[in-house]
Design a binder for this molecule. Structure first.
Ligand SMILES: [Zn+2]
Length: 269
C-alpha cells in the first residue's frame, strides 16, 4: 500500500508517542547531567562510541543527512525501507550515493513496507513480516546482517535479547536466519510536522548523561535514532550539523557504523 509523505510523517509521529520506548529507563529531564569538562574525560580511558542511525529513507531529507555526515566525516548507518528505495529514481540514486561511501556509511534493512504503518497487524503475522524483510533484502542487498523493526525498539544480538511479546515471534524468526536486530538508546524525536523536537544542545548533553550514568544497552556504546525526514528543511538540517559538531568537540567520542557494534552475530554469506 502506498502512502504519501504527509500521511507517513503523521502516522510516524503518532507511533512515536505510543510505541517507541527506551531500552532502559532514561534520566528524567530534571536530573543532573554529566559534566562534559575535559577533566571528567581525562579520567575515562575508554573511548565512547556513538552510532548515528537514520531511519526510513530514502526520503526527502536523506540527502541532507548524507551530505552533512560526509562533510563532517562521521560514520552513520541508514536503515532504509525497500519500498522507498525502489519506488522512485530519487530513491535509487540516493541509495547508490550512500553506498558509494562504504568506509563512512552502511545501509541496513528496515523492512520493505515499514509494516504499511499498521504495526499490530504486521507483528501478529510474523511469517508475512519475515517475508517483508527478505523482500527488502533483495532490493537493498545490504553488505551486513543488521535489521531494525518498524516502529519498535527491539534488540537481538549474541549477548542480549530485548523484545516485547508483540514482536518476539518475528525477532525469533530473524534470529533463526542469522540476522541481528538493533534498537536504540536515544531518540531525537519529531513533532507532528515532522520537525526535530529537542535542541542540538539538549541532545548532546543527553548523550553525555547516558554515557556518564552507564544508561546505554552496552557500556560506552550509544545508538541514536533519527529519521531522515526530520532534516529536509535547511533550518532543521542545520540542527543536525550543530549536534554532530557538538559531539565532535567531546574529545573521547568517536563515531562508528553499526557494523562495529559489540556482540553482533557474524554475517553469513
Ligand atoms: Zn522506521
Amino acid at each position: 500500500m502506498a502512502f504519501g509523505p504527509l500521511f507517513y510523517i503523521w502516522t510516524q509521529f503518532l507511533i512515536s508517542l505510543t510505541t517507541w520506548y527506551p531500552v532502559q529507563s532514561l534520566p528524567s529531564q530534571g536530573m543532573n547531567l554529566a559534566p562534559s569538562t575535559s577533566n571528567t574525560k581525562a579520567l575515562d580511558t575508554n573511548a565512547r562510541v556513538i552510532y548515528l542511525t537514520f531511519d526510513d529513507g530514502p526520503l526527502s531529507g536523506t540527502f541532507n543527512c548524507f551530505e552533512i555526515c560526509r562533510r563532517e566525516q562521521v560514520a552513520a548507518t541508514f536503515f532504509e525501507v525497500g519500498l522507498h528505495q525502489s519506488r522512485s529514481a530519487f530513491g535509487r540514486q540516493m541509495f547508490q550515493q550512500i553506498n558509494s561511501y562504504p568506509a563512512l556509511f552502511t545501509i541496513a534493512n528496515h523492512s520493505f513496507t515499514h509494516a504499511n504503518n499498521n504495526y499490530l497487524s504486521f507483528y501478529h503475522h510474523p511469517d508475512t513480516a519475515l517475508l517483508d524483510f527478505l523482500k527488502a533484502k533483495t532490493v537493498l542487498n545490504p553488505s551486513n546482517n543488521l535489521t531494525r523493526l518498524p516502529g519498535n525498539n527491539a534488540w537481538n544480538l549474541t549477548h542480549v535479547k530485548r523484545a516485547s511479546n508483540l514482536v518476539r515471534p518475528l525477532v525469533d524468526k530473524l534470529d533463526s536466519i542469522g540476522l541481528n536486530v538493533i534498537g536504540w538508546d536515544l531518540q531525537w524525536r519529531f513533532n507532528k510536522a515532522g520537525r526535530p523536537v529537542q535542541s542540538p544542545e539538549y541532545l548532546a548533553d543527553k548523550v553525555d548523561s547516558l554515557f556518564f550514568h552507564h544508561q546505554t544497552l552496552t557500556k560506552n556504546h550509544l545508538v541514536i535514532l533519527m529519521h531522515d525526514h526530520m532534516f529536509r528543511a535547511a533550518a532543521d538540517s542545520l540542527k543536525l550539523e550543530q549536534f554532530i559538531q557538538a559531539l565532535k568537540q567531546r574529545k573521547n567520542y568517536q563515531f562508528q557504523k553499526l557494523t562495529q557494534y559489540p556482540g553482533l552475530k557474524p554475517t553469513v554469506n
